[in-house]
Design a protein around this ligand. Sequence first.
Ligand code: PLP
Length: 408
Amino acid sequence: MIAPSFSRELLERYGSPLYVYDLDEAERQAKALFELLPKGAQVLYSVKANPLPEVCAALKNAGCRVEIASLLELEVVREAGFAPDQIMCSGPGKTASLVRDMLVAGVTHFSCDSWYDLERLAGVASATKKPANALLRLQVLGAPSGSVGVGAMQSHFGADPAELLNSGAARVAALQGAELAGIHIYSGGQIQTADKLASTFEHAIHLAEEIAEAGVPLRLVDLGGGFPWTFGTSDDPVDISALREKLQRVNAQRRLTAEAKLWFESGRYLVASSGTLLSTVLDVKVWNGKPHIILDTGMIHLGGMAGLGRIYRAVASIEPLAGRDGALLQSVDVVGPTDYALDYVTRDASVPALKPGDAVSIPNVGAYGLTASLVAFTGSQPPAEVCCRGSSVVAVHRLRTGHERIRA
Ligand SMILES: Cc1ncc(COP(=O)(O)O)c(C=O)c1O
């Protein structure tokens, strides 16, 4: 958490509201995640969690690869210094033109969401004479109960594993232009215990073993992730330290895939704790007998995906920069600056009395913050985003929004 005095200084320099990211913290989290995983495992940073080049560069320093879904994300990770062979292009509904541009830029790894996606990759790779390693994403059927996390829903992603298990070997051998390097299984986000994470990975490893037994050799097994972290609150994150030992036991079960490289993916575990949203109280009024604090931030900058069930409904913690030592606490609702009834930051928060002009901070918003929010709604200028190391500012960005007129 950044010091209140530094927060005030940044607010003065860059205005309110303001996202601040601590790059050292992102590197610490990456180190902590590597320590939980089997030796030699790779971690792919999911750039959609926070697509700032300096955040990506911090994770590159920490030894991560990246997982991207668009040309804009490609530009960002190239700026961050990732080599093309450290990049995996992922996601359903790719277009041939996206695949071509990725291949031409040198991207070598692709997660394919279906056989069609895989065969399209092979076709485009043949035409462009570029090497392509495919990971076929597989649907998670019959995963251990409760292994999908908060906000996860039965997803439609991936191909049916039966297609690989039954006639896969012949189909894979007939592929021209791309090599099926492995499989990709992502069971959901925010998996809340070390036990559930381990059993999710175990289920995936069993499936990989069955596929190898069916005659499909696998060099790469991407087990996805789901590593949990608090979103927007000061609650303690779930302790998943027991995962290390559990995962070692699970990893020891590999036989036919023992030589395959294990990949994991993470967005929120790596970067959530690095981010803080600073905001200023615009107004305080009593409505229906209860104080309402109106902030200069809300759903337009935070938690926009909550409505999609992707992350927790916004129940952020707000911490006055002035602290709360000895102050009398009151129960308040904290709302955003749009005239939309769902735009609340938190209800029934216990905070010291606040007045217009006071600054507050919201922790653990480094993942799925600004770019996962309704940032274009109402047309107000997006907050600046500041990347820091200690009390040095490394870079400042502002997301562009607004319509560009194109030729009719
Ligand atoms: C395929 C895939 N990998 C990784 C992630 C990152 O998830 P998280 O940020 O919860 O680690 C997502 C998130 O939606 C995903 O869909």
